[in-house]
Design a protein around this ligand. Structure first.
Ligand code: HEC
Ligand code: HEC
Length: 333
């Protein structure tokens, strides 16, 4: 914009400010209102006293025994994703059409990708370095097996560290997103035999996969090299616990938050259930703690949901050691 353009824009803005400036400001004088509209009409404001009614209120309650059109949300399956017993419904209550899936894709990419990533791997762009709790990947058995109603509930109610998106996303779109997440999961969980039924070049997929693995290994090596110069220490571990948002789920003062407290964890006994469903008591030594961080699904602490994100396996050896040193300082010996 040239100088004249700026002057003109400023002029228009100033006129706008003058014309709109008085609304809402208290004044004894009758406001000048050249454009008469529904602002001028006899009516009661919200919260205003109204002596016409015995209770003196302007704001009326709905007539007893009635529900306003469109507000009868009796269909719990549709609105809340639960059946009559309050259990999550297995299958979504809306018809899964191509149009719904595309709608779901679009909405997913707007609302969910910042954290969950474009393919649902949990690698959204704000997940790196901003101290957020990592969003889990959808491509794990627990979430593949979760009923549709539970996925819906994550959007509707939020889940632990994830806020609800009920205000941003209307009901039909929530189901569209659920459908799309199912499609994403299916697309990442195809057996070799099934792939062969389609006209795809398996070797090029394999090559792409290998390249991605190589790149990840390179990144990990670079991270390792960078932190190799920094000796492991409890202070650094404390910093890392903040950076990686471990503290959102783990306290150091004995209270259980979403995960167990770290107070007196090291060297003490923990009751766990293994991946194979076996229950046992283990001592929280170095190996156990490292395993808990690198592969959280391996042993689940009794009384807690398997909700620790599997997102820390790329921690460098030195960073892992630092966190371990920090956790050790929280135990009395
Ligand atoms: C601001 C980041 C963020 C956004 C945006 C986000 N999520 Fe999440 N999501 C998370 C985090 C963090 C968790 C793990 C919460 C926990 O376990 O404490 C999670 C967990 C989940 C889970 C797993 C729930 C479970 O039972 O473990 C589902 C499903 C999910 N999100 C779906 C969605 C959908 C659908 C959207 C978009 C409508 C979305 N999320 C948007 C951060 C986000
Ligand atoms: C979204 C919540 C969440 C975040 C973030 C999280 N954890 Fe966890 N963590 C859990 C839960 C839940 C458990 C218990 C269930 C289990 O065993 O997986 C757990 C278990 C553990 C255990 C075993 C504790 C015990 O009492 O036996 C260790 C150690 C641990 N986490 C370390 C970490 C570290 C280190 C980080 C950050 C780098 C971290 N966690 C981030 C939720 C979380």
């Amino acid at each position: 914009m040239n100088l004249n353009g700026i002057k003109k824009a400023a002029g228009i803005l100033a006129v706008g400010v003058v014309l709109s400036g008085c609304q809402g400001t208290l004044s004894e004088k009758t406001p000048i209102h050249p454009n008469l509209n529904m602002d001028q009409q006899p009516r009661k404001e919200a919260q205003e006293v109204n002596n016409f009614f015995a209770d003196g209120r302007s704001m009326r309650q709905p007539v007893e025994g009635t529900v306003a059109r469109g507000l009868r949300k009796a269909d719990a399956a549709y609105y809340e994703g639960v059946d009559e017993n309050g259990e999550w419904i297995e299958e979504m209550p809306v018809e899964l059409t191509r149009a719904l899936l595309y709608r779901g894709k679009e909405r997913f990419e707007i609302f969910c990708t910042p954290c969950h990533g474009i393919t649902g791997k949990g690698d959204g762009m704000i997940m790196n370095g901003y101290g957020y709790v990592p969003a889990p990947t959808y491509h794990q058995d627990r979430l593949r097996e979760a009923p549709d109603g539970e996925i819906y509930s994550a959007i509707y109610n939020g889940v632990r560290n994830m806020p609800s998106y009920a205000h941003q996303i209307p009901v039909e779109d929530r189901w569209a997103i659920v459908g799309y997440i199912r499609a994403l999961q299916a697309s990442h969980n195809v057996s070799e035999d099934e792939i062969k039924e389609y006209d795809v070049d398996l070797s090029s997929i394999q090559a792409e996969y290998n390249a991605a693995q190589e790149k990840a290994a390179e990144l990990a090596a670079a991270k390792e090299a960078k932190s190799a110069g920094t000796p492991a220490s409890a202070e650094r571990g404390k910093e890392l616990a903040a950076t990686y948002a471990c503290e959102t789920c783990h306290s150091t003062d004995g209270t259980a938050v979403i995960g167990p407290t770290w107070q007196n964890l090291f060297g003490h006994e923990v009751k766990v259930t293994t991946e194979d469903g076996e229950t046992m008591t283990v001592t929280a030594d170095e190996d156990y703690i490292k395993e808990s961080i690198l592969n959280p699904g391996a042993k689940i602490v009794d009384g807690f949901a398997p909700s620790m994100p599997n997102a820390y396996s790329a921690l460098s050896e030195s960073d892992l050691q630092s966190i371990l040193e920090y956790i050790k300082t929280l135990s009395e010996h």
